[in-house]
Design a protein around this ligand. Structure first.
Ligand SMILES: Nc1ncnc2c1ncn2[C@@H]1O[C@H](COP(=O)(O)OP(=O)(O)OP(=O)(O)O)[C@@H](O)[C@H]1O
Ligand SMILES: [Mg+2]
Length: 485
C-alpha cells in the first residue's frame, strides 16, 4: 500500500475480498488458485517477479498468501512487507526446521502455515483475516486509504468523507486558504496533511502550529521569528515557522484560540504574504499555503468578538466541515480494521478478530472523541486482548451519558469485575496525582502542563473536570480536589 500510496496515488477497493497469492512453483500456484476461486475468494495469482511489479504499480490486496520456497524467498517477503506495511502476509512453506518460521516472521510474515496443510486450514486462515479485514465493509461506497506519513493514513469509506477526499484533492491544486472545522478527533489534521500531500507543495515542508498550546507572548516569535537583540535572551536571529515553511504548507491548529494581536498580524500575511520578524524592520516575503483548523463554534466566536470577522473571511477561502463519527458510523468497521492493522505491528500483536457483539457496541456508541477515541479503544482491545474490558468501557461511557446500555457482562466476567474496578481506580488515582503535581509545578498554567503531560490542552481540561481538580491549596500547599468546578 505504502509503495503505491506514498507516490501520491490512491486505491479504491469496492470489492470486499481481494487476496494476492504469490508462488514461484506454477503447479502449486494454479492448484491453490483453483481452490481459492472455488471458495469464492477473489484472488490474483502471481509469481514472485510479477507480484513485486504489480504491488509497485498499485495492487493493494487485503491479504497476501506467499509461498516461501527457501531463504531466497525471504527477500521477496521482505520486499512485499515494505511495500504493504499494514497488509497481513501469510507465509506458506515446507521447510522442516523451526528456524525458518522465525526468520519468516522477522522478514514480515504475519502468520506462517507449514506444508503439507489441508486446504481447509488455508481457507480457515483466509476467512479469519477477511472476517477481520473486509467482511463488514459497507458495500457500494469505495474504501480509500492514503498513506500520509509512515504511520498516518487518511481513510475514507462514507459518502461524506469520500466527498471531502475529492474536495481536498481538488483544493490541493489551488493556493486558497482553507478553514477546516469540526469536533475534536474528527481528522482535521489528517485532512490538512492530505491536502498538502496532494498539492504541488508535497515535497516541501508541512508544519503545524498549535495556536492554543503556545503561550500568547511566544506565539509571535514562534510564527514570525525574531532578530538578534529583539528581547532579552535573543542572542541570535531565528526564523519563525512561516519562513521555515516557505513554499510549503502551514497548519494553524486551534486558530479560534489565537490571541487578538496575532490575528491582525496573520491577516497581513494572508493579504500580501509579508510580515516582519520580532524586532525587525525589513519586511519578509513568503509563499506559504495556510490551512487553519478549529473545533470551536467560529460564528459564536465572531459574535463574541474574540475572533476577527475579517480574518475569518480571509481564512475561509474554502471551508471543510468534518462530520463527527456518529454521523458516519458506516465507516466504523473499516476504521476498526484499519487501526487494527496499523497498530498490531507496533505492539507486536496479531490483529484480533472482533465479535459481532463488540462491533455492535461500537456501532451503538456515540464516540464523542470521534476517531481518536475509536483508535484508542482499538488499541486497548489489541493490547489487553479482552473484549469484555472494551465492552465494559463503552457501557460505562454510555451510562455516564444517561444512555442505558444493554447488559454486557457475562457471569464469568463478573469474577473479574472487582479486580478490574480496582485496577481502574488505582490508575485514575495515579493519573489524578500526576496531573495535579504537573499543574502545581506550572503554577496552574494549563497549556504548559498539557505540553509536559503530552496531551492536548482540551484533554487536560477534560481531565481537570473529570477528576474535580482545582488550584485551591491545602495546608501542605498541595493542590486540591473539589466536588465540581
Ligand atoms: N480519516 C482518517 N483516517 C485514519 N485515521 C484518522 C482519520 N481521521 C482521524 N484519524 C485518526 O484520529 C486521530 C485524530 O485525528 P486528528 O488529529 O486529525 O483530529 P483533529 O480533528 O485534528 O482533532 P483535534 O481537534 O483534537 O486536534 C489521528 O491521529 C488519526 O490516527
Ligand atoms: Mg488537530
Amino acid at each position: 500500500m505504502a509503495a503505491v500510496l506514498s507516490k501520491g496515488s490512491e486505491s479504491a477497493r469496492p470489492d470486499p475480498r481481494q487476496l494476492l497469492l504469490v508462488c514461484d512453483a506454477p503447479p502449486l500456484l494454479s492448484y491453490l488458485h483453483r481452490f481459492l476461486a472455488r471458495e469464492g475468494v477473489r484472488t490474483t495469482a502471481l509469481n514472485y517477479e510479477h507480484a513485486k511489479l504489480r504491488v509497485q504499480r498499485g495492487l493493494t490486496p487485503d491479504l497476501v498468501v506467499l509461498h516461501l520456497n527457501g531463504n531466497g524467498s525471504l527477500g521477496v517477503l521482505a520486499e512485499l512487507r515494505l511495500a504493504l506495511p499494514i497488509v497481513p502476509i501469510v507465509g506458506v512453506f515446507s521447510m522442516p526446521d523451526g528456524k525458518f518460521a522465525v526468520d519468516a516472521h522477522q522478514a514480515g510474515a504475519t502468520e506462517c502455515i507449514r506444508l503439507p496443510f489441508d486446504l481447509e486450514s488455508l481457507k480457515e486462515t483466509v476467512d479469519r483475516f477477511f472476517c477481520l479485514t473486509v467482511s463488514r465493509r459497507p458495500l457500494g461506497e469505495p474504501v480509500h486509504e492514503t498513506a500520509l506519513t509512515e504511520d498516518t493514513y487518511f481513510v475514507s469509506a462514507s459518502k461524506r468523507m469520500n466527498e471531502i477526499r475529492s474536495q481536498g484533492a481538488m483544493l490541493a491544486q489551488v493556493d486558497l486558504p482553507i478553514l477546516i472545522l469540526g469536533e475534536s478527533g474528527t481528522g482535521k489534521e489528517i485532512v490538512a496533511k492530505y491536502i498538502h500531500k496532494m498539492s504541488p507543495r508535497a515535497h516541501r515542508t508541512f508544519l503545524k502550529v498549535n495556536c492554543a498550546a503556545v503561550p500568547a507572548d511566544l506565539l509571535e516569535s514562534e510564527l514570525f521569528g525574531y532578530e538578534q537583540g529583539a528581547f532579552t535572551g535573543a542572542s541570535r536571529a531565528k526564523p519563525g515557522k512561516f519562513e521555515i515553511c516557505n513554499m510549503g504548507t502551514i497548519l494553524l491548529d486551534e486558530i479560534g484560540e489565537m490571541p487578538a494581536v496575532m490575528q491582525s498580524k496573520l491577516l497581513q500575511v494572508l493579504q500580501d504574504g509579508t510580515f516582519s520578524r520580532l524586532g525587525g524592520r525589513t519586511p519578509v516575503k513568503v509563499n506559504v499555503r495556510v490551512i487553519a483548523a478549529t473545533n470551536i463554534d467560529i460564528d459564536a466566536a465572531i459574535a463574541a468578538r474574540t475572533f476577527r470577522e475579517d480574518l475569518y473571511y480571509r481564512l475561509n477561502g474554502f471551508s471543510i466541515q468534518m462530520p463527527p463519527l456518529r454521523e458516519r458510523k458506516e465507516e466504523i468497521p473499516v476504521l476498526v480494521e484499519h487501526f487494527m492493522r496499523k497498530l498490531a505491528p507496533k505492539f507486536a500483536r496479531q490483529p484480533i478478530t472482533m465479535s459481532e457483539e463488540l462491533l455492535d457496541a461500537y456501532m451503538q456508541h456515540d464516540w464523542p472523541g470521534n476517531l481518536r477515541e475509536l483508535e484508542s479503544s482499538v488499541k486497548r482491545f489489541l493490547v489487553l486482548g479482552s473484549e469484555q474490558h472494551v465492552l465494559s468501557e463503552l457501557s460505562r461511557a454510555m451510562s455516564a451519558r444517561g444512555n442505558a446500555p444493554r447488559p454486557v457482562h457475562t457471569e464469568a466476567e463478573g469474577l473479574n469485575v472487582s479486580l478490574k474496578k480496582r485496577a481502574r481506580s488505582a490508575m485514575n488515582e495515579a493519573e489524578t496525582e500526576l496531573i495535579d503535581e504537573v499543574l502545581q509545578r506550572h503554577n496552574w498554567n494549563r497549556r504548559r502542563a498539557a505540553d509536559e503531560l503530552q496531551i492536548s490542552y482540551k484533554a487536560l481540561l477534560y481531565k481537570i473536570r473529570q477528576y474535580g481538580l482545582s488550584p485551591s491549596r491545602d495546608a501542605n500547599g498541595r493542590g486540591g480536589k473539589v466536588a465540581c468546578l
